[in-house]
Design a protein around this ligand. Structure first.
Ligand SMILES: [Cu+2]
Length: 150
């Protein structure tokens, strides 16, 4: 039993050593945009950012069909949910940055009113120091990004 331990350790290390290094960059996963509940009000976007650059910071999001995008976070304050500008948009390879209902979110002001459920919304994410990433977010109905409200 004592002799078997070093062999097990080598087997566990092997896959990590044989992997090709990825090019530096961020991946955007599960991008969803929700339409405003009332026309003219802002919509929201949710997603998960993973990076292999330590550290990385999300500096902004743009879309050809959205007037302005702001990064916010929702926080409980005396039992009431309030939102504020996102204080820290930094993340690392060990800790993906998650934007989800009830927490961090991107608010989409002046969305194209022609957008409908099922459409694709082009979002370009800008980072420091990783290169920008453009994805097609799935457009969903108001509040349909998961559980909880914006
Ligand atoms: Cu907000």
């Amino acid at each position: 039993m004592r002799k078997a331990l070093p062999i097990i350790a080598l087997l566990l290390l092997a896959p990590a050593c044989s992997r090709e290094p990825d090019p530096p960059g961020v991946t955007v996963e599960n991008a969803v945009a929700t339409l405003p509940a009332v026309p003219g009000r802002p919509g929201a976007a949710y997603f998960v950012l993973r990076t292999n650059v330590d550290p990385t910071r999300l500096t902004g999001i743009e879309s050809p069909r959205v007037g302005r995008v702001e990064l916010h976070e929702t926080m409980e304050h005396a039992g009431t949910a309030r939102m504020a500008p996102l204080a820290d948009a930094g993340f690392t390879p060990d800790a993906p940055l998650q934007f989800a209902p009830g927490g961090r979110h991107a608010m989409l002001f002046d969305m194209d009113p022609a957008l409908r459920v099922g459409d694709r919304l082009t979002l370009t994410f800008r980072f420091d120091p990783a290169p920008p990433v453009t994805v097609e977010a799935e457009v969903r109905g108001p509040g349909d990004a998961g559980h909880g409200a914006h």
